[in-house]
Ligand binder design. Structure first.
Ligand code: P6P
Length: 335
């Protein structure tokens, strides 16, 4: 059995020039995951966790109490580190500058969706935390700027998620494959349980909110029909599975193969998911595990961001399935 801490130290030894900053950040994220795990698992037992907080985030979405608790837990854990210069979150209107002597000289920035799928909390359905880590591009000795957060996903140095499901797992990559750690509450440790994840190149599961079907682009409608047609050779019809929690749907597809799609629709002309702290970190993981992630046409990781909370259509999962969906999107682009 290998703990996450032991794994991080072991991997750091493979980089002779590593100073331990990224390892330290990952250890802080481990602590954040434990705290959020604890809060989620006692949510029904206290009045201060379930339900809505009574305000909205910058996206105009109602915040759950646990959204704010998870965000503040993440922010304060990172502020305590000497190697983080700034922080951006779905729950923060603007990026946060750690404007101290330490922060101004720190080399990394973190972006996060601290509690994705939080509307599921009150009905005891899986939720997740997503994080994305970059080296800053602005000069050391000065506060971070928006430019530090406007980097394309192909510049990420690490990304990962925590899925609070039937068990809690932390899954991350630093660019050399994907590894998964299952939390053992009796030990208080995350232990290596899924070494060098590989996402099956194909699968028989598609995840999409078909309630929005009438608003989907024609290419998506054609792909859904393709998934539902009988064809023994390609093992269709596929199964439809949609949890309403990106991290949970993605995690299942990582293990079993499958595709998750949140396309553009008239409700969300640019899709619902955010590029910087949902699309990019999940796309980095997908590609590191042998999968693909696109907006229906272009690689997610190559998109140059223009706004902190910009949304992006997301087609992500098994390579062959994403490629097939892209074929339909291209064929019916102007339909
Ligand atoms: P809808 C949760 O709010 C989320 O960002 C993803 O985790 C999830 O897949 C999606 O939105 C659900 O959105 O519109 O289908 O309810």
């Amino acid at each position: 059995m290998k703990t996450l801490d032991a794994f991080i130290i072991e991997k750091q030894a493979e980089y002779p020039n590593a100073k331990g900053a990224l390892s330290g950040i990952l250890s802080s994220i481990r602590l954040v995951a434990k705290v959020i795990h604890r809060d989620i698992n006692r949510a029904g037992l206290t009045n201060d966790i379930l339900g809505y907080a009574g305000n909205q985030n910058v996206q105009g979405e109602s915040q759950m109490k646990l959204d704010i608790i998870a965000n503040d837990t993440f922010k304060h854990a990172l502020m305590a580190r000497e190697d983080v210069a700034g922080f951006a979150s779905e729950e923060e209107d603007e990026f946060i500058i750690f404007d101290t002597e330490r922060g101004r000289n720190a080399r990394y920035i973190i972006l996060t969706d601290p509690l994705d799928g939080s509307s599921n909390i009150d009905v005891n359905v899986s939720v997740g935390t997503i994080f994305s880590i970059y080296r800053r591009v602005s000069p050391l000795g000065s506060p971070v700027t928006l430019e530090d957060f406007m980097q394309p996903g192909n510049k990420q140095v690490a990304s990962g998620y925590v899925v609070y499901g039937s068990s809690t797992m932390l899954v991350y990559t630093t660019g050399n494959g994907v590894n998964g750690f299952t939390y053992d509450p009796t030990l208080g440790e995350f232990c290596l349980s899924h070494e060098n994840f590989q996402m099956p190149h194909n699968g028989k599961i598609y995840s999409i909110n078909e309630g929005q079907y009438l608003k989907f682009p024609m290419g998506v409608k054609k792909y859904i029909k393709y998934c539902q047609e009988e064809d023994a050779a390609t093992q269709r019809p596929y199964a439809s599975r949609y949890i309403g929690s990106l991290v949970s749907d993605f995690h299942r597809n990582m293990l079993k193969g499958g595709i998750y799609i949140y396309p553009s629709a008239t409700t969300y002309p640019n899709g619902k998911l955010r590029l910087l702290y949902e699309g990019n970190p999940m796309a980095f993981l997908a590609e590191q595990a042998g999968g693909l992630a696109s907006d229906g046409y272009r690689r997610i990781l190559d998109i140059q961001p223009t706004e902190l909370h910009q949304r992006v259509p997301l087609f992500i999962g098994s390579k062959d399935m994403v490629e097939k969906a892209q074929e339909f999107m291209t064929e019916y682009k102007d339909a």
